[in-house]
Design a protein around this ligand. Structure first.
Ligand code: GLA
Length: 692
């Protein structure tokens, strides 16, 4: 079937995905695009019989169009939140758009609108593909005049209008440092619910996606509409529910009170605000987002992520060449594949008070530079990586002393320091050039395979354009660096999971999800992360017990089983691990390497949520299955006897790789898989099955 289909009467456009249809009608009289359908597959001719939504009474105060346009602008009979609000050189505001043209190529459909009185065109872009139900939408705003500045007070990417339902519920995550990914599922009020970052970065406190359902959806059943924004600077998503029963989700880059300015001839291309309809509950929505990231977002989706060791929790700032070498040898002996030296290797960086910005190896710590360590790590059979935080500087640094003008700052204001550091203005071409210069040299001279790219403070005192321009500048440096070094792999980090979104995932390979490495806390953090983001990007370390942050003591096996449900890493002080712990770790790493394709490339089923105290997840990839089950506390936890599995063939048989036992598929999906968790608290089990 063609992806973009026009109805025979030419009124309606059906955009087809793998299993769904999004249908629209261009209202030429009003110069707008009306949503017709977003749900199961529908032909364009069938969609053409569906009337566009209108208010109960045409003369009502409700606004004919509120919640019923694909791109509501400020102007005319509209009283809802606009996607676009502009102020023109003549001092007027408000738009009156007219239809100019439409075009369609290879799954992309574009509607061009123009203001009737002002030099502004609005191009609405839609992209559908046959292998995903995710639809990408973005908007191009162009100043077509010769003079004067157009001020864009709001410039969202798109508005996604839902079909009418009796009720609406919203799902989203909130968080904080070391407490990312807390899932909320609440009634959507008849109001404008705004999720936003005013921090210049994606943020821990919220994440740019929402899911909406009618209150009846569950993990594996019911209709779910979701949207996610591909942007890493300040952002805003508004879920509007009107008194007339409409629901729409608007999303875009930017921060209230900071307008964008369009000069003559210039254009603004918004980030993608992607949308997804799923008929199979929240779990199927998550799997569709994961699959979309693997097919169309991640730069190296086919690669298996290596088992990494990171030195941060073992040494913090106490980095020495000998110490790192000893850790590298211990890591290699366990089967680790990538060794990463974290903060503290450069400049005067012996604490978080100095040195950020001075990216030369500390001569007292690495008298011959990093090359000898890198060579030794390579000789041990591991790839070599380094921590960097290119967008930041300590005031106590040679960089800041040379370029105080490079930091985000408003004249006369106090320079707010957070973690003793200031943010550089990456919207400046000279700062981008400097960053690319030293990063390129560092990668080349050290023989680096991997960067952990950190960002440890939100913005304050930024000039207007930096709230979004900094992120675009960071993208430019990342893109250039990756083009210059095709073998380089990058991990996104911002004090843990403060920068994860579809924009950064298009330029990095994996994410450091949280600085909280407590395995029990991590079950909730990973559950929140997995709502939208793929397990192949979710890095999790096994660290020491008691946990350095929470002081909780958890057995090694449980810590491993939690970290093995994503991209496994180690972050403990291996020198302090007992021989029996090292043996157990080596054995579990070998098991992870065996099951890794299933976890990293498979479909994730969240069988039981963390709040039960007995969570379980399942991955299915080709003919293999991995099930992880945990019991946090033996006291109040419900008995975890049998676990019905998903995504299996009831007619097939499955053999347990470890016990050899054969299970009929119909038993696994019906009565369920019988578990054999050890006694007591912090018990866990990994079951590997293979279809025979
Ligand atoms: C951030 C990161 C940590 C570590 C430190 C180093 O907090 O999230 O993993 O890299 O910085 O300073």
């Amino acid at each position: 079937m063609t992806l973009v289909e026009l109805s025979a009467d030419l009124t309606t456009v059906a955009l087809h995905t793998a299993a769904t249809t999004y249908a629209i009608r261009i209202d030429r009289a009003l110069g707008t695009v009306r949503p017709i359908h977003w749900g199961p597959r529908l032909t364009a001719d069938a969609a053409a019989t569906v009337p566009a939504w209108s208010a109960p009474r045409a003369d009502s105060w409700e606004g004919l169009l509120d919640g019923a346009e694909d791109y509501p602008v400020d102007g005319g009979p509209r009283f809802g939140v606009p996607a676009l609000a502009a102020e023109f050189p003549d001092g007027t505001a408000g738009l009156e758009l007219t239809f100019v043209k439409q075009r369609s190529t290879d799954g992309e459909f574009v509607v061009v609108l123009a203001d009737s009185h002002q030099p502004l065109t609005v191009e609405l872009h839609y992209r559908v593909r046959a292998d995903t139900d995710v639809i990408e939408r973005w908007t191009v705003l162009r100043h077509t005049g010769e003079s004067g500045t157009i001020v864009l007070h709001r410039h969202d990417s798109a508005a996604w209008c839902l079909p009418m339902r009796d009720d609406f519920r919203i799902s989203h995550v909130t968080g904080a440092w070391s407490a990312e990914g807390r899932l909320h599922r609440d009634a959507l009020p008849v109001a404008d619910t705004v999720l936003a970052s005013r921090r210049g970065v994606t943020g821990h406190h919220a994440n740019p996606w929402v899911m909406i359902d009618d209150g009846a959806a569950g993990e594996e059943h019911g209709e779910v509409w979701s949207a996610a924004l591909a942007f890493s600077g300040s952002w805003r998503i508004t879920a509007t529910r009107t008194g007339t029963g409409r629901c729409a989700i608007l999303g875009g880059a930017g921060r209230d009170g900071v307008p964008a300015r369009l000069e003559p001839g210039a254009e603004l291309v918004t980030p993608v605000f992607a949308g997804l309809y799923s008929a199979g509950g929240f779990g199927s929505a998550s799997r569709a987002w994961h699959d979309y990231q693997r097919r169309h977002v991640l730069p190296h989706p086919g690669e298996l992520r290596p088992v990494l060791y990171n030195s941060w929790e073992a040494t913090t700032f106490d980095v020495t060449e000998d110490g790192q070498l000893a850790l590298a040898k211990a890591a290699a002996a366990l089967g680790v594949e990538l060794f990463v030296v974290d903060d503290g290797w450069f400049g005067a960086r012996t604490s978080d008070r100095a040195g950020l910005g001075d990216w030369a190896p500390n001569p007292a710590r690495f008298p011959h530079g990093l090359r000898p360590l890198a060579d030794e790590v390579h000789r041990l059979g591991m790839a070599f990586g380094l921590w960097v935080e290119p967008e930041m500087t300590n005031p106590d640094s040679d960089l800041y002393r040379a370029h105080p003008e490079w930091v985000l700052h408003v004249p006369r204001h106090r320079r707010t320091e957070l973690r003793n550091q200031l943010a550089l203005d990456f919207s400046r071409p000279d700062v981008q050039q400097w960053a690319f210069g030293w990063l390129d040299a560092l990668v080349r001279q050290t023989g680096l395979d991997f960067l952990k790219w950190d960002f440890n403070r939100p913005f304050t005192e930024a000039r207007g354009t930096a709230w979004t321009g900094h992120a675009l500048g960071t993208y430019a440096v990342l893109d250039r660096l990756r083009a210059a070094h095709p073998g380089l792999r990058i991990e996104s980090c911002a004090s843990g999971g403060g920068r994860v979104d579809l924009g950064i995932l298009a330029r990095t390979d994996q994410v450091w999800v949280s600085d909280n490495t407590d395995a029990v806390d991590r079950l909730g953090i990973q559950d929140g992360y997995s709502q939208v983001y793929a397990p192949a990007t979710m890095v999790a370390w096994v660290t020491d017990s008691p946990n350095p942050l929470t002081r909780r003591e958890v057995p090694l096996r449980f810590r491993f089983h939690v970290a093995m449900a994503g991209v496994l890493g180690l972050g403990g002080d291996l020198a302090a691990w007992r021989p029996d712990e090292l043996d157990e770790a080596a054995a579990l790493i070998a098991v992870y390497r065996d099951i890794r394709p299933v976890v990293q490339h498979g479909a994730l089923f969240r069988l039981r949520p963390p709040e039960t105290g007995t969570p379980a997840v399942q991955y299915v990839h080709e003919d293999r299955v991995a099930v992880f089950a945990w019991r946090v506390g033996a006291d109040f936890a419900p008995a975890l006897g049998r676990l019905p599995l998903h995504g299996l063939d009831p007619a097939a048989n499955y053999r347990d790789d470890d016990s050899g036992q054969v299970h009929p598929g119909a038993v696994l999906t019906g009565p369920g898989l019988a578990l054999r968790l050890p006694e007591g608290s912090y018990a866990s089990q990994l079951i590997r099955l293979r279809r025979i």
